[in-house]
Design a binder for this molecule. Structure first.
Ligand code: SF4
Length: 266
């Protein structure tokens, strides 16, 4: 038979008393169990680094400002499509001053081939004005300031911080979101969760290029509909349920893919 508890018995160690009432501690949020050991993560990125020692984003730009504009234009558009439109645009305006002088109508005309061009032309002018007004015409190198600019979200800010300022950020696009979840490298329901998971596990020395490696791996090998596992250099390490082979593809340096065949789904 269970002993009745004494009324004055002290609460168990896990229970705290606040204002005379017992308060049970909230369970601590648990980190998801890591599927990959640090050595495996290191090896994945070592191989990506061998494949593409200096990966480049495929959006053409000539300075931090034109990069920012190109990334804003690339939402729901292909990099190749954006590059076609920005060739003339950046010749005419490669600074916020010149962009404002060009005006919304002319910008709209030049980017008509890109989806959502009206809203994007408006944002490009508004963000150029904001750069002139608040930052002396320069692109700020901190996320908080970047996300205040019209048309700039966390992902765009992360791309700019990474590519223009060399900061170890992780801009989670559709490819990185898929890879984080499919491989179980950084599972998450939102891009922010995947971003946090990847930033936590990727060794610092690989963070500068990790964003590009993952995008390119997702775009050309670990594709959305059907991953091309026999062409994958990490097939032996990958723990994705969908993988079709354990034999990794030969590890060789890959030549950059020309824009004409670059494909993105943003
Ligand atoms: S083995 Fe297949 S599923 Fe795993 S990363 Fe490579 S392509 Fe993707």
């Amino acid at each position: 038979m269970q002993k009745p508890k004494r009324k004055d018995a002290a609460p168990s160690a896990a229970v705290k008393v606040r204002d005379g009432a017992a308060v049970r501690p909230r369970p601590r949020p648990r980190r998801p169990h890591a599927l990959y050991t640090p050595a495996e993560v290191e090896e994945i990125f070592r191989r990506f680094a061998v494949q593409r020692p200096e990966p480049k984003g495929e959006l053409e730009h000539v300075n931090a400002f034109t990069l920012l504009v190109a990334v804003v234009l690339s939402a729901q558009a292909t990099d190749a499509g954006v590059n076609k439109a920005t060739q003339a645009l950046f010749k005419a305006a490669d600074t916020p001053q010149k962009m404002v002088a060009l005006g919304e109508e002319a910008v709209g005309e030049m980017i008509r081939t890109i989806g959502l061009w009206r809203a994007k032309a408006k944002n490009v002018i508004a963000l150029s004005q904001a750069l002139l007004r608040d930052h002396g015409g320069a692109v700020p190198d901190d996320r908080e300031a970047l996300v205040k600019l019209p048309g700039v979200g966390r992902k765009t800010a992360n791309v700019v911080l990474n590519m223009a300022f060399g900061q170890p950020t992780m801009a989670v696009d559709t490819h990185i979101f898929r890879i984080g979840n499919r491989l179980g490298l950084a599972p998450g329901k939102t891009p922010e969760q995947v971003e946090a998971g990847l930033v936590r596990i990727i060794p610092q020395k690989y963070m500068r290029h990790a964003h590009h490696w993952l995008i390119l791996h997702g775009r050309y090998v670990c594709k959305a509909r059907k991953p091309e596992c026999p062409r994958c250099v990490i097939a032996d390490i990958c723990k994705a349920a969908e993988k079709t082979t354990d034999i990794p593809a030969p590890l060789v340096e890959i030549a950059p893919v020309p824009d004409a065949v670059a494909e993105d789904v943003g």
